[in-house]
Design a protein around this ligand. Structure first.
Ligand SMILES: Nc1ncnc2c1ncn2[C@@H]1O[C@H](COP(=O)(O)OP(=O)(O)OP(=O)(O)O)[C@@H](O)[C@H]1O
Length: 580
C-alpha cells in the first residue's frame, strides 16, 4: 500500500499589514499625551481655546488609526481567505487522490463538515489571532517604555500584572484546544451520521427503525451540546482571568496616581512628584496597556477553534491508500491537472481532451500479481493472465473472491504489492497511470446517480458535446425510448425517477459518451436485474464494447456466456474456456 504523509501549506503572515496594525495600536501614545497636555493647559487657566489644537490632532490621529486598522484588517482577511482556499484545495485534492476502495477514507458527511464548516474557523484565527499576538508584545512594551521615565512604580505595577495574564491564558488555552478539537470531531461525526441515515431513510422507514435512529441522533446532539458548553466554559473562564488581572493592574495604577496627585504618596516618580499631565498620561495609558492582552484573550478561542480546524483539514489530507499515479508525498496540483483521475459516479475516467486516437484496443497482461487488503489474507498471490486486444472476458468466482479488487488493480485504483500489470504494452505505474487511465472506463457496482438532469448525469462535466453525444450514448445504452431518460429530465436524489435497470444503463451511457476509452472495466452490470432487463443491459454493453477490450466481473452465467472467455478466480486457472 502506498501512503503519503501530508503537510499543509503554511500561512505566510503578510508583513506590511501586520506592521501597520501593530503601529496603529501605538497611535494612542501621542493621543494620550495630547489629551493630558490639553487638560493641564486648561487647569492652568489657558482656557478652552488652548485645547482646540490638541483636540484636532487627537481627532486626526484617531482617523489615521482607524484607517490603518481597517486597511491592515482587510489585507489580512484577503490573505487569510486565499490561504484557506489553498488549504481546502489541498485537502480536496488529497481526498480525490485516495483510493475509492480505501476503507479508512473520511466519511462523506465528516469530510463535508470539515471542508465547509470547520475550516471556516481558520480565517478568524489567522486574521485576528496572529496580529493580536504581535500587538500584545509590541504595544505593552512601548507603553511601559513611555511610562517608566515618569514613574517607575507605575511601570513596575504593569510589568508585574502583565505576565500573569499569558501564564493563566496558556494554562486555560491547553484545555481550550483539546475541547475545541473534541467539539469539532463530534460535529463531524454527527454530520456523517446524519448524512448516512438520510441516505438510508427509506430503508429505516421500511424496517420501522426511524425512532431508534432519531433517539441515537438525539443522544449525539446532546453530546455535542455538552462539548459546545465545555468550549464556552473555557472561553468564559479565560476572559474572566484576564479581566480580573487587568482590572487589578489598572486599579493599582489609578490608586497610586490619585494619592500621588493628592500629595499623600511622594515616592515612585523619578523627580519630586507627578504633575497632573504626567499622572493623566499614565492613567490614560494603563488601560491601553491591557487592551492588546484583552484582545488576545478575546481571540484565544479563535486560536483553539482555528487550530482544531487546521487539524481536521490535515487529518483529511493525511495518509491512506492512494490511487496509482496520484503522486506520493502529495505532488498534487490543487486544480487536478493532467494526472488527476476523476473518480466517482460509478465511472472513473481520466481527463482527456484530445480526439479519440485510431488505435488497436489494448492487450492486458497481468504477471505474478500479489495483493492483500490491509490486515487480510492475500487475494492474489503470483497470479497471471492475459487478455487479447478486443477480447471480452468474464471474471467469475464466488462472492468475495476478489473480482472487484482485480478490476480496481487494473484501473490503478489500488496499488499492487508485487507483480506487474501491462496495458497495451505499458506497465501501469505512477508515471504511466494517468495516461493509461485515459483509455479506460470503469463502471462500478453501485453507480451513483446525481441530483441533476440526465444529460449532466451522463457528461459529468467532461468535455463532450452535450447534444449529439448524449443522445447517441442514450441510444447505445438502450435508453433511447425511455421517457424518464430524456436528456433534460431532472433526476431525484440517488436516481429517483429511474428504475434499477435504467440506472445501470445510465451508467453505461456515461461510458458510451467517452469515446477515448478502449478498455472497459465493468463490475456486475446485471446484478439484481430481472432476466429481461439483464438481457437489455447485456445487449447495450456488448454494443458499447464492440472493438474494445473488456473485463466484466459477474455472477450472471447468461452474460458470461455471451463474452469471449471466462476466468474463474475461485480456481485461478486461466484460461478456462475460450469462445473466440
Ligand atoms: N476496500 C476494502 N478494504 C479491505 N478489504 C476489502 C475491501 N474491499 C473488499 N475487501 C475484501 O476483499 C475481498 C474481495 O472483495 P471483492 O469486492 O473484490 O470481491 P468480489 O469477488 O468482487 O465479491 P462480489 O462478487 O460479492 O462483489 C472480500 O473478502 C472483501 O471483504
Amino acid at each position: 500500500m502506498s501512503s503519503a504523509s501530508v503537510s499543509l501549506p503554511v500561512f505566510a503572515v503578510p508583513r506590511l499589514p501586520a506592521l501597520v496594525q501593530g503601529a496603529a495600536a501605538l497611535v494612542w501614545l501621542p493621543q494620550a499625551a495630547l489629551l493630558a497636555w490639553a487638560v493641564q493647559g486648561m487647569v492652568e487657566g489657558a482656557g478652552w481655546r488652548a485645547a482646540l489644537l490638541p483636540a484636532a490632532a487627537v481627532l486626526a490621529l484617531g482617523v489615521l488609526r482607524a484607517l490603518a486598522e481597517a486597511w491592515g484588517a482587510r489585507a489580512m482577511y484577503a490573505a487569510a481567505r486565499s490561504h484557506l482556499s489553498a488549504l481546502r484545495a489541498h485537502a480536496v485534492a488529497a481526498l480525490a487522490h485516495r483510493s475509492p476502495l480505501d476503507r479508512d477514507r473520511a466519511r462523506s458527511g465528516q469530510a463535508a463538515s470539515v471542508l465547509a464548516e470547520q475550516a471556516e474557523a481558520v480565517v478568524p484565527y489567522l486574521v485576528r489571532f496572529q496580529p493580536a499576538r504581535w500587538k500584545s508584545v509590541l504595544a505593552p512594551l512601548a507603553i511601559v517604555a513611555a511610562i517608566a521615565p515618569l514613574s517607575w512604580i507605575a511601570a513596575l505595577v504593569l510589568l508585574v500584572a502583565a505576565p500573569l495574564i499569558p501564564v493563566f491564558m496558556a494554562l486555560v488555552g491547553m484545555g481550550a484546544q483539546a475541547a475545541s478539537r473534541a467539539h469539532m470531531v463530534e460535529l463531524g461525526g454527527m454530520n456523517a451520521f446524519l448524512l448516512d441515515r438520510l441516505r438510508g431513510l427509506a430503508t429505516l422507514r421500511a424496517l420501522g427503525a426511524v425512532d431508534a435512529t432519531a433517539t441515537r441522533l438525539g443522544d449525539t446532539a446532546q453530546s455535542l451540546r455538552r462539548r459546545t458548553m465545555a468550549v464556552l466554559r473555557i472561553a468564559f473562564l479565560s476572559s474572566a482571568v484576564l479581566e480580573l488581572f487587568s482590572a487589578l493592574g489598572v486599579a493599582m495604577v489609578a490608586v497610586y496616581i490619585g494619592f500621588s496627585l493628592l500629595g499623600t504618596l511622594d515616592f515612585g516618580a523619578w523627580d519630586t512628584r507627578l504633575t497632573l499631565a504626567q499622572g493623566l498620561f499614565i492613567l490614560l495609558l494603563a488601560p491601553a496597556f491591557f487592551e492588546p492582552l484583552r484582545e488576545l484573550a478575546a481571540v484565544w478561542h479563535d486560536k483553539a477553534a482555528g487550530e482544531a480546524g487546521l487539524a481536521g483539514l490535515r487529518d483529511l489530507a493525511a495518509g491512506g491508500v492512494m490511487l496509482v499515479g496520484a503522486g506520493d508525498g502529495l505532488g498534487l496540483s490543487a486544480g487536478g491537472g493532467a494526472g488527476t483521475a476523476v473518480v466517482g459516479a460509478g465511472v472513473a475516467v481520466a481527463e482527456a481532451t484530445e480526439a479519440a486516437p485510431s488505435r488497436m484496443p489494448p492487450v492486458v497482461d497481468v504477471r505474478n500479481l500479489h495483493f492483500a487488503h490491509a490486515g487480510e489474507q492475500p487475494l492474489f498471490d503470483d497470479f497471471s493472465f492475459t487478455v487479447r486486444p478486443g477480447e471480452h472476458v468474464a471474471l467469475l468466482g464466488a462472492s468475495g473472491v476478489g473480482k472487484t479488487t482485480l478490476l480496481a488493480l487494473m484501473a490503478g485504483l489500488l496499488p499492487a504489492q508485487a507483480g506487474e500489470i501491462r496495458v497495451g504494452g505499458t506497465i501501469l505505474d505512477h508515471a504511466s497511470a494517468p495516461t493509461l487511465r485515459r483509455r479506460m472506463a470503469w463502471m462500478g457496482q453501485r453507480p451513483h446517480v446525481f441530483t441533476a438532469p440526465v444529460a449532466d448525469n451522463i457528461t459529468l462535466g467532461r468535455p463532450v458535446e452535450a447534444g449529439q453525444a448524449v443522445t447517441g450514448a442514450l441510444h447505445l445504452a438502450g435508453l433511447g425510448a425511455v421517457a424518464q431518460a430524456r436528456p433534460e429530465v431532472m433526476l431525484g436524489d440517488g436516481g429517483h425517477g429511474l428504475s434499477g435497470g435504467e440506472a445501470v444503463r445510465l451508467a453505461l451511457a456515461r461510458v458510451a459518451v467517452w469515446p477515448h476509452a478502449d478498455l472497459l472495466l465493468v463490475d456486475e452490470p446485471t446484478a439484481h436485474l430481472d432476466s429481461e432487463t439483464a438481457t437489455r443491459v447485456t445487449d447495450a454493453l456488448l454494443a458499447l464494447a464492440r472493438g474494445k477490450t473488456m473485463l466484466v466481473a459477474t455472477h450472471d452465467p447468461v452474460l458470461a456466456a455471451r463474452l469471449h472467455r471466462a476466468i474463474d478466480l475461485s480456481v485461478r486457472i486461466t484460461p478456462q474456456r475460450s469462445i473466440a
